[in-house]
Design a protein around this ligand. Structure first.
Ligand code: CP
Length: 388
């Protein structure tokens, strides 16, 4: 068991324990044979005044399937009220919204309340100071304070920090760095929860809870993630997340999109393939609507902008307009194996899915939305208990 100290900048919490970036670690603490990317559990960080581990929830990829299932199980206990615990009694969560929300804000605020805690809602740049994320610059622009101070100050007040920060939709190479939430995770000394950035892990859990409620064990069941038309280019976060969670739970996953321009970022495609390999499921890309819907047991819809067109959306428009027929409708659902349908919401009716689909018994979108409350309560309870 290694027992040396490392600088805060060099330590990240991961599924395997603490990850030490030895390129940025104080070289005096290295031992022969240590290499960048070395995983160390039980690393001593007391000199930094930190708890032994700060476990964040930034992506489901950082959590094992068993850990995610444990959150889902606890969510069910909160839902059926067999668990009436108040693990946030006297505790609080800061909810930072850089973008609008209805479900996420409501479910986190009420979830904290139902656990005996309190939520502080902040909208940087609106009701809180605009925040700088660049390092080492002269802050003579709009931002009044730096994320280094914001994250540390909120960590002194609150027991959890949650962040929603969408891409800027101008340059995917910049957006894919996920700068905002990574900075909070780096400088906060309490757990940070992702409320949607370039992934939406809380939505993933809510969807998987609805899926398991109806289909039981997900392994080898056919899951179709279909792109749909929308008048505006939207975030890929929910699509990335749907791919990650469905493959992580061993499903046979088909990504249906009009052409290769709508493929998701290679990072998520690779992670999904790796999940499928590990869990015994599969990942298939299809541009054929009939083939994709055939035999499906769960259809999940989402619209997103084509990544190569970030920052030049007028060029993407003709391609998007040519694919309005990807709407989820009754005839497509009739091709499935009596599939369930869901969507993260908000959803434009008769644009992404028809009234017929949204009002059908097989639509579980409202159940999924309710599940946001339960899974987030379970998540907050587990992260708080790890800190105690
Ligand atoms: N699904 C979801 O995150 O909804 P909001 O954008 O309303 O929070």
């Amino acid at each position: 068991m290694p027992s040396f100290d490392a600088r805060l900048d060099a330590v990240y919490s991961t599924e395997a324990g603490l990850f030490v970036d030895l390129n940025h670690c104080d070289q005096n603490y290295l031992k022969p044979g240590h290499r960048p990317g070395f995983f160390i559990s039980g690393l001593r960080t007391q000199k930094l005044g930190l708890p032994m581990t700060v476990r964040h929830f930034l992506s489901t990829e950082d959590w094992s399937r068993d850990e995610l299932q444990s959150v889902l199980n606890e969510a069910r206990a909160f839902r059926d009220r067999s668990n009436k615990a108040k693990p946030m009694d006297g505790k609080s969560i800061a909810l930072l919204f850089f973008n609008p929300s209805m479900r996420t804000r409501t479910s986190f605020e009420l979830g904290a309340f139902q656990l005996g805690g309190h939520a502080v809602i902040l909208q940087p740049g609106k009701d809180a100071w605009p925040i700088e994320f660049d390092l080492g610059g002269i802050m003579d622009g709009n931002a009044e304070e730096h994320v280094k101070e914001v994250a540390q100050v909120l960590s002194r007040y609150c027991d959890l920090i949650a962040v929603r920060a969408f891409p800027k939709f101008e340059n995917w190479n910049e957006d894919r760095k996920d700068t905002v939430i990574k900075a909070f995770a780096k400088y906060a000394t309490v757990p940070v929860i992702n409320m949607e950035t370039i992934v939406h892990p809380c939505q993933e859990l809510a969807m998987m809870m609805a899926l398991q409620d109806n289909l039981g064990t997900p392994d080898k069941k056919k899951f179709v993630l279909t792109w749909t038309w929308h008048p505006k280019p939207l975030n890929t976060a929910v699509a990335n997340s749907a791919l990650l969670i469905a493959t992580k739970f061993g499903m046979d996953v088909t990504l249906l999109c009009p052409n290769k321009e709508y493929l998701l970022d290679e990072r998520f495609m690779r992670a999904a393939q790796s999940n499928a390999d590990t869990q015994g499921g599969s990942l298939t890309v299809s541009h054929d609507i009939d083939e994709a819907y055939d035999g499906a047991q769960f259809v999940y819809a989402k619209s997103w902008g084509a990544l190569p067109y970030f920052g030049r959306w007028q060029d993407e428009l003709p391609m998007r307009e040519a694919n309005r027929h990807f709407i989820v409708d009754g005839p497509k659902m009739a091709l499935t194996d009596s599939a369930l349908f869901s969507h993260c919401l908000p959803l434009r009716r008769n644009v992404k899915a028809t009234d017929e689909v949204m009002d059908a018994d097989y639509c579980v979108a409202i159940d999924e939305a309710e599940n946001r409350l339960h899974v987030q309560k379970a998540l907050m309870a587990q992260l708080i208990s790890k800190q105690n």
